[in-house]
Design a protein around this ligand. Structure first.
Ligand SMILES: C[S@@+](CC[C@H](N)C(=O)[O-])C[C@H]1O[C@@H](n2cnc3c(N)ncnc32)[C@H](O)[C@@H]1O
Length: 239
C-alpha cells in the first residue's frame, strides 16, 4: 500500500473523531451556559482517537476556587506555559474577554505531561470564541526564540494573566517566572501550579521557588484535598 494512500485513509479515519469532538463541545456548551459552569466541560468531555481527553491536570476543587479570581480579572491577554491536553487552555478561553488574545506555549514531548501531537491543533484552535485570537507556540519556554515569538504575538500588549505550568524543576520554573513576569501588567496575576512538595517526586520543585515568591509578593494559595486525598496546590501572585 502506498504511503500516500495510508495517509489518506488515516485522515479519513481522524476526521469523524474531530467532528465528534467539536460537536460534543458545542453540545456541552449548550448545556453549561456560563463561563463558571463551563469549568465542568474539560472534566466531562470524552472523545476518541487523538481527541480522547482534554482533562486538566489539576485538582478540580483547587482550580474551581482559583477560576473565580480569573473571572473577576476578565483578562484580555492570557499567556500559558504548559498546554498539554488543553484542559486549562479551554478554561482560560472561557474566562477571557470576547476580544482577548490567548497564547499557550508547550514543548513537544516535554517533561511533566508530554505536550500534544500536531493533530490536536485544530481542536485547541476551536476553543477560542469568535472574536478571540488564539496562538499556540510549540517550543521550549526557556529559549530566546520562544520568548521572541511570544513578544511578536503580543505586539506590545501587556499580559493580564500568566499561568506557569511547564517545567516543574526549580531552575525551570524560576527561569519561566524571571523571563515572562516582566510582560505582566501591574495589577495582573501570575499563577504557578504544583506549589506543594511531593516527596515521592523529588524532581518537582515548584514548592522551593514558591517559598521564595511568598516572601516577596502578595500571594494566595488554593489547596484542597482531592477525592484520592492528594493535594497539589495552586499559587497566585499579584503583580
Ligand atoms: C502539567 S502539563 C500542563 C497541564 C495543563 N496546564 C493542564 O492542566 O491542562 C506540563 C506541560 O509543560 C510542557 N513543558 C515542559 N517543559 C517545558 C518547557 N521547557 N517549555 C514549554 N513547555 C514545557 C510539557 O510538554 C507538558 O505538556
Amino acid at each position: 500500500m502506498s504511503s500516500w494512500f495510508k495517509q489518506f485513509r488515516y485522515r479519513l479515519r481522524r476526521r469523524p473523531h474531530f467532528e465528534n469532538a467539536t460537536e460534543q463541545l458545542k453540545s456541552l456548551e449548550g448545556r453549561y451556559r456560563t463561563p463558571e459552569a463551563r469549568l465542568a466541560i474539560p472534566f466531562e468531555y470524552k472523545g476518541k482517537g487523538f481527541f480522547k481527553s482534554i482533562k486538566p491536570m489539576q485538582s478540580r476543587d483547587e482550580i474551581t476556587r482559583f477560576f473565580s479570581h480569573i473571572m473577576e480579572l476578565r483578562p484580555q491577554c492570557v499567556v500559558e506555559i504548559g498546554t498539554c491536553h488543553g484542559g486549562t487552555l479551554y478554561m482560560w478561553c472561557q474566562a477571557a474577554t470576547p476580544d482577548a488574545l490567548i497564547v499557550s506555549i508547550d514543548l513537544p514531548e516535554g517533561e511533566y505531561g508530554g505536550g500534544y501531537p500536531p493533530e490536536r491543533i485544530p481542536l485547541y484552535e476551536s476553543f477560542a470564541q469568535p472574536g478571540q485570537r488564539l496562538k499556540l507556540l510549540r517550543g521550549d519556554s526557556h529559549t530566546r526564540e520562544t520568548l521572541e515569538q511570544l513578544e511578536t504575538a503580543l505586539g506590545g500588549q501587556k499580559v493580564d494573566f500568566l499561568f506557569i505550568d511547564g517545567d516543574h524543576r526549580y531552575e525551570g520554573v524560576r527561569a519561566d517566572f524571571d523571563s515572562y513576569s516582566r510582560l505582566v501588567r501591574p495589577g495582573g496575576i501570575i499563577a504557578l501550579h504544583d506549589i506543594l512538595e511531593r516527596p515521592a517526586q523529588p524532581d518537582l520543585e515548584v514548592h522551593r521557588f514558591w517559598s521564595e515568591l511568598r516572601q516577596q509578593y502578595s500571594t494566595v494559595e488554593f489547596i484542597e484535598r482531592a477525592p484520592d486525598q492528594r493535594k497539589i496546590g495552586l499559587g497566585l501572585v499579584r503583580c
